[in-house]
Design a protein around this ligand. Sequence first.
Ligand code: AMP
Length: 621
Amino acid sequence: MAKVAINLSTGALQQAEVIVGIDLGTTNSLVAYIHPEDKKPIAINDQGRGTIVPSVVHFAQNGETLVGTEAKDYLITDPANTIYSIKRLLGKSYRDLGEHKDYFGYKIIDDDSEGLVKVRVKDKFYSPIELSAEILKELRERAEHSLKTPVNRAVITVPAYFNDSQRQATRDAGKLAGLEVLRIVNEPTAAALAYGIGIDPNEEKTVAVYDLGGGTFDISILSLHQGIFEVLSTNGDTYLGGDDFDRAIINHWISENQLVADTINQDKNLSQELRLKAEEAKKVLSSQEVYTSNINGEIECHLERHTFERLVAPIVARTMENCRQAMADAKLKPEQIDAVIMVGGSTRVPMVYDAVSEFFGKPANNSHNPDEVVALGAAIQADILAGNRKDILLLDVTPLTLGIETMGGLMDPIISRNSKIPTKAGRQYTTSVDGQVNMKISVFQGERDIVKENRKLAEFDLKGIPAMPAGFPKVDVNFILNADGILKVEAIEVRSGTRQEVEVKPQYGLTDEQVEQMLMDSITHAKDDVSARMQIEARSTAEQMLYQVERFVDKNAEHLTEEEVALTRKNVQNLKNVLASGGDKDAIYGAVDVLEAQTSPFAERVMQISIKKAMSGKKID
Ligand code: AMP
């Protein structure tokens, strides 16, 4: 396997070019780079606007898109057009959101509970990938403006628990923002790198990374061995953070002040003011003992540190329980942890710092700014990949992405380019047609979203899938890439155990120049590719919907009124027309939405009828 180190914009080998590190966070995002003179990582502060860019996107009335602090101001005044916490939606289906569907102040589309969610803003539909790309574009522009040079390549961090689909979504967002994502790095790994852990390839260490942000909490236990970080365990709570501290303070003030208690529910301004004061109090109490302020000279806001600590103690205790669980999962005792690292703004609370240090029996590392530390580590990783740190071992990597063809001729990446080898990865697929007994597995290599632009390596049929309705068979496709770069692809139908495998040699026949060309093409066509992919996805969603609705109406016509059948036919026809006329993805999703809204009550009705029927046939004693 080759170690690819070429300059993608010029095709030249190894040339100094800025590669940035990006922390794409739930609440805040940052971009950092390595300063060319002192070689230290530094977070970019463009035009003195601060290093932190709130992860908020606002679609203004005049068609403009705002990102960051300016967008955040609209969270209260125009929530339907202001998107926050996009990271919580990345790579997720509506069903994945579970009990948290009401958390979001904007419209999330539930057309297709299995497919990836979309967000509706006015009459447009956005995927979380497009929305994340808006944030990445802003970060890229800030970096370009501040460094006065084009920025085309980046390392982006994700939580250690992110699955394959969430990682792929993050990569796609980068592509859409015009960035080549050299690597997706785990946030705790980046934080460790920022503290110099992992720089020496001979170092052996076990590290705990405690990350308490505004709305999420993660604890990760990592093991560093021969220059490779391995995640031993992760735990946490995706809905716990500094916002809960603020809420505890607000509730305390409400309980102390009858006037506030009586008016808070009606007075939106007051509740917003209180929220701001609560956050300010919390921050002040990280360095002082007492906080005193007021709202409009009328409402006193007073809090002492010991009261604050009593209020938040149960929340801190919950995070410690998560730490205990993570340690149990990693089968480690606190004394086996060599270093503890603090990440996230909420670790500035002294009580949090003390609790974590006490739990692990050693002082936690907090000398870096906890808001910036992940981005700083990402910048170091970027520098390593750029080949600027000769002292660091670059592991063997796959030069091009390996994947299989899915619906509509799209490339579904299984092993990403730059993954270190040996490696193994897999994904589960299903059938799209009732009674399908064969499945064609086509293996491709390349960076383009459309398979016909990539290189076909192998193709085989998985035969003997038991005939079942569409969506029922579960086919695991695994890619096993050994240290010599030989790829073994296996497909297994889980229920029947039917199995098939082939061996391919991905790099065979490709010269360095060809690899280089394929990479450069992927950069040139990145934006077109992502839009083509989105268009194909919209069409596939529509086709699946049409297939299901028509099948449903055929089978259950007796339970529907004539008007319902007629209206369904009309909406089906309308969707077919949109497809036939080559409508764009917004037009397609618009028509899908109408059909979905109209037909979704049918399924429930038919289900109830069949339950009643089943019950009437049985006697209950
Ligand atoms: P993050 O998601 O990592 O950006 O963390 C942001 C959270 O850190 C918010 O809840 C902030 O209120 C909180 N935070 C920032 N500064 C401080 C501070 N000095 N003391 C306590 N919490 C803070």
